[in-house]
Design a protein around this ligand. Structure first.
Ligand code: GLY
Length: 355
């Protein structure tokens, strides 16, 4: 183990030295940005509790990655959040499979797990992949065994409400199979009310030293094909951090984001000097241009039929969020207060009846 770690450090050190000499000779070196006077935490709309917790820990001087992970753990543990961790809606076979990734700016290191079952906090396992392996991503059975080796307990993540929602969908999917839906008056209103269409939580932070970190965690697409992996555990898509520039993360249709390396693009637009909001909008515009090649993902007006959000914060503590469509909001703690902020957007969402 020791030999492998030292070999890894040697590789990282050699690459680092080579890259440093390349960078120092480059013409477009970034001006060192001043660190923010206050820490900043940004998260998806479902992340109000996460930004509060992360800010509390940042104020205590904790590392930004530990802070954002502790923030999203609250949401992973909440059985009423149907798109993250415990209580997340399952795959088409009724099994909850979770994806998560983390990225730490100061070390430019990251870890991730995909399609992991029976573990409530995949974000914590992703951090262990970063800290305790030579790898960046573990999947499925291997990820579960790795988590158990580190003392995580297996738990049934399928709540009764998620199971009932899955069963309802299965029973209504086709009239050519042997599953009968319940009569409508037998259906629990609570089950109906409880489905939010999309989920996932991303949380990014910058501390007063200008150090950045991000985490993204999800149960993924509802009723997905078993083994489907979204963007959340993919560095460069579900999140990306460059400690010289900023951090970005995403929620929404993972496939569109994977195929365009969206979060990496947002960080690169910030590197070019764009504000976080402008960087998010530019990345979305690029994705929408590519979406023209995906007829199955366009509505009758030729616009994307999906939603995609980016959230970004730069090294100076400036922040922004954007969605393809109007109406989205993100969660923010600006060092003074936690609040919901309207996301910028590319297209005004038409009234329900015209969609
Ligand atoms: N963005 C989450 C997913 O597509 O799985």
């Amino acid at each position: 183990m020791k030999t492998e770690i030292s070999r890894r450090n040697f590789i990282k050190a050699s690459v680092g030295a080579g890259a440093a000499s390349l960078l120092s000779s480059g013409k477009n070196r970034l001006e060192a940005a001043p660190a923010p006077r206050k820490p900043v935490v940004i998260s998806s709309g479902n992340g109000m509790r996460a930004v509060d917790k992360a800010m509390e820990l940042l104020r205590q001087g904790q590392d930004p990655l530990d802070a954002v992970i502790a923030g999203v753990n609250i949401v992973e543990n909440d059985p009423d959040v149907t798109s993250v961790g415990y209580g997340g809606l399952p795959n088409e076979e009724g099994v909850v499979e979770l994806d998560a990734s983390v990225m730490h700016g100061p070390t430019h290191n990251g870890g991730a797990v995909a399609s992991i079952r029976n573990i409530k906090n995949p974000s914590k396992v992703a951090k262990l992949v970063m800290d305790r392996t030579a790898h960046a991503l573990l999947v499925g059975e291997g990820a579960l065994r790795f988590a158990k080796a580190h003392g995580f307990n297996e738990e049934n993540l399928l709540t009764d409400r998620a199971r009932e929602r899955w069963l309802e969908r299965k029973e209504k999917l086709s009239d050519k199979d042997f599953w009968y839906p319940p009569k409508s008056d037998e259906l629990d209103e609570d089950v109906r009310a409880f489905v939010d269409a999309h989920g996932t939580i991303n949380c990014c932070a910058v501390d007063t030293k200008g150090d950045l970190a991000a985490v993204t965690t999800t149960s993924g697409f509802f009723f997905k094909i078993p083994g489907r992996v979204g963007d959340s555990p993919i560095h460069g898509a579900g999140l990306y951090v460059d400690n010289e520039v900023g951090a970005a993360g995403s929620t929404g249709l993972g496939e569109a984001n994977i195929l365009t390396c969206g979060s990496n693009m947002v960080v690169e637009f910030m590197r070019d000097g764009h504000s976080p909001e402008e960087a998010c909008l530019r990345a979305l515009k690029r994705i929408v241009e590519k979406a023209n090649l995906w007829p199955d993902r366009l509505n009758e007006r030729g616009l994307p039929s999906f939603g995609l959000n980016f959230y970004a914060v730069n090294k100076k503590g400036e922040y922004g969020g954007a969605n393809i469509w109007s109406g989205a909001r993100f969660s923010l703690h600006d060092g003074t207060q936690a609040k919901k902020v309207e996301s910028a957007y590319l297209f005004k969402r038409p009234p329900e009846k015209n969609r």
